[in-house]
Design a protein around this ligand. Structure first.
Ligand code: ZN
Length: 298
């Protein structure tokens, strides 16, 4: 009895010591992967499979941009084998990575060609990045990200390298198929102008030759009456019949604008939080919404 509890105590001590040393592996030998928010969680789960343990910093239903991290989350990030994030989305995560995980982090923004930031800059001056960080809304860019993430995990945990590379290739293929569906589904549309409450769809617009007019880049900012009037005028000129809004943000601004333009509102998911399905099914729902709103003929 006494020996057993001593042994247990010894094991616990060892586990604690390993953690404190910033070990990439947990007690069961699996690397911990910390994903900053949903699309990166989905990617990490697809690539990591059962070889990693994935945790996410942004809880479902929480708008990720102004996430604040608790001490425990910062420690978790410091101990993880790999943190997957996009610099420019969440200032708190950017800071924590810089201070605690600079050499154990994968920044998806470094994996693809980024687009310049919109004119309505997000975040405070000191955290602002020069590019638009919403790159996950272009499936073709995300396919590039997932391939590079597979390579990074293969380096982090060489013993399971083949599994990471195989699953990354499978996910990249699924994203490639989704990209084809978007290209095909948005070929012929009555309008190609996308009026959105939160300027998150720049990459989607870039990839499929749409034009995004965002009311504001910061989903929680209150736009000025002058900005609303300006967007209303643009929307009327482009014969826009739908103003897009999203579930995590109050639709008030979009509704005011829709009334002014004589349009209706529709939800388009920027996938900043976990959808009811997964990334692929939520993007397919977005495609159907766009096809109806932009009056596309497939
Ligand atoms: Zn955003």
């Amino acid at each position: 009895m006494r020996t057993a509890s001593l042994l247990l105590a010894g094991t616990a001590l060892l586990a604690t010591a390993a953690c404190g040393a910033g070990s990439a592996e947990t007690a069961d030998g699996k690397p911990d992967v910390v994903a900053a928010f949903y699309p990166l969680q989905w990617l990490s789960e697809q690539v990591g499979g059962s070889d990693v343990r994935v945790t996410v910093l942004t809880a479902p239903g929480v708008e990720p941009h102004d996430l604040e991290l608790g001490a425990q989350q910062v420690a978790q990030l410091g101990d993880a084998g790999l943190t997957v994030y996009i610099r420019g989305v969440q200032p708190a995560v950017d800071d924590a990575v810089e201070q605690h995980a600079a050499d154990k982090a994968f920044d998806a923004a470094t994996a693809v060609r980024t687009l310049p930031a919109g004119e309505h800059q997000e975040g405070g001056e000191e955290h602002a990045v020069s590019y638009d960080p919403h790159l996950w809304l272009d499936p073709s860019r995300l396919a590039t990200v997932v391939t590079k993430l597979g390579e990074r995990l293969a380096q982090t945990d060489p013993e399971h390298a083949k599994g990471y590379r195989d699953r990354a290739a499978k996910t990249a293929a699924a994203l490639g198929a989704l990209d084809q569906e978007f290209t095909k589904g948005l070929t012929t549309c009555a309008t190609r102008t996308l009026v959105t409450g939160h300027e998150a769809f720049g990459y989607l617009a870039d990839r499929y030759h749409l034009k995004q007019i965002g009311i504001t880049l910061d989903p929680e900012a209150e736009p000025s009456p002058a900005r609303i009037a300006e967007v209303a005028q643009l929307a009327k000129a482009e014969k826009v019949t739908t103003i897009f809004t999203e579930s995590l943000v109050s639709p008030k601004v979009a509704e005011v604008l829709a009334k002014e333009v004589g349009a209706q509102t529709q939800t388009l998911d920027p996938l900043e939080s976990k959808p009811s399905g997964d990334y692929l099914s939520a993007m397919r729902q977005n495609l159907r919404t766009l096809q109806t709103a932009l009056r596309c003929t497939a």
